[in-house]
Design a protein around this ligand. Structure first.
Ligand code: SAM
Length: 280
């Protein structure tokens, strides 16, 4: 008998994946954590039953939450990730030679522990001994209040706006992010699916525009996320992701990226009309 895992994206639609076996199932004080082996997408992490990352398509998300900001900011030395306990975003950040410090602030230590144990291709840097990487198990909302003017870039790699992540989508949080960034800092946050989450996007981008002078949305194709069309919010104090983008610098990068490239950087900000309408 085949075993299938289904995540419902609405009451009447979702994704279903055939499962080989469960590698871990447990509960932290914040959420239920499962790591399973799928036939189609390799190992997959679920939090409260929602797909977080899979081995096969995580490269899309981790390229796109990281590289547009780090190739727009001219000298990204200090980068903070809020959430991101699977380690994939930190892995991409430290590929940039300019980075001197990559801080992970993840609220759930169990996610870090099990990612290091069972998702080594993503957690390689948070489970390694890279002196540039620092781990904190803490609420990102509290953490950044203690770090004013410290970071060139802050990446919010959070779960959906439920549970401990609710506050990560509110104007008050964006004000503390603004304060924690240097005067030419950039914030990127995953901003859900333009296809299914228009309401969340409208509020989120309204809140961002109340705080940051430059706010743009960009998109990526992530097959295991609701609808496959995913988005990111780019919020910046000084640099615009297209006007101030140094295409040559991105083209000269010394590392291979399977999704991001210097042309896609520009194309990702060219939105379908319905997505643009979600945020105007
Ligand atoms: N790429 C995934 C996505 O877009 O849904 C996110 C993956 S990562 C596992 C999400 C992480 O955010 C979770 O491990 C969760 O514990 C963490 N998180 C949620 N709220 C948080 C908060 N307030 N502070 C720090 N981490 C938080």
């Amino acid at each position: 008998m085949d075993l299938w895992y289904t995540e419902k994206h609405t009451d009447a639609a979702g994704i279903t994946l055939r499962i080989r076996k469960s590698l871990f199932s447990g509960e932290s004080e914040f959420q239920k954590l499962d790591i399973v082996e799928t036939d189609e997408y390799g190992r997959m992490m679920l939090l409260d039953g929602l797909v977080m990352v899979t081995e096969r398509d995580e490269f899309v998300y981790h390229d796109m939450v990281t590289h547009p900001a780090l190739f727009t900011q001219p000298n990204p030395k200090k980068v903070l990730v809020i959430g991101g306990g699977d380690g994939g975003t930190i892995r991409e950040i430290v590929r940039h030679p300019e980075v001197e410090l990559a801080v992970l602030c993840e609220i759930d230590g169990l996610v870090i522990e099990k990612s290091i144990e069972l998702l080594p291709s993503m957690a390689c840097e948070i489970g390694g001994s890279n002196p540039k990487v620092k781990l904190h198990v803490d609420d990102g909302i509290a953490y950044i209040k203690e770090h004013r003017g410290e970071f060139d870039i802050i990446l919010v790699d959070s779960t959906d706006p439920i549970g401990p992540a609710v506050g990560l989508f509110e104007e008050g949080f964006y004000q503390t992010v603004f304060a924690a960034l240097k005067e030419d800092g950039i914030m990127v946050a995953q901003s859900e699916s333009p296809f299914y989450h228009a309401d969340i996007q409208k509020d989120m981008y309204h809140n961002l525009r109340a705080v940051f002078p430059i706010v743009e949305m960009y998109q990526a194709f992530i097959p295991t996320y609701p609808s496959g069309l995913w988005s990111f919010a780019f919020a910046s104090k000084q640099y615009h992701p297209i006007k101030d983008f140094d295409r040559e610098r991105a083209a000269q990068r010394k590392f291979h990226t399977r999704y991001y490239n210097e042309d896609l950087h520009l194309g990702a900000f060219m939105l379908p009309t319905f997505a643009r309408e979600n945020i105007t």
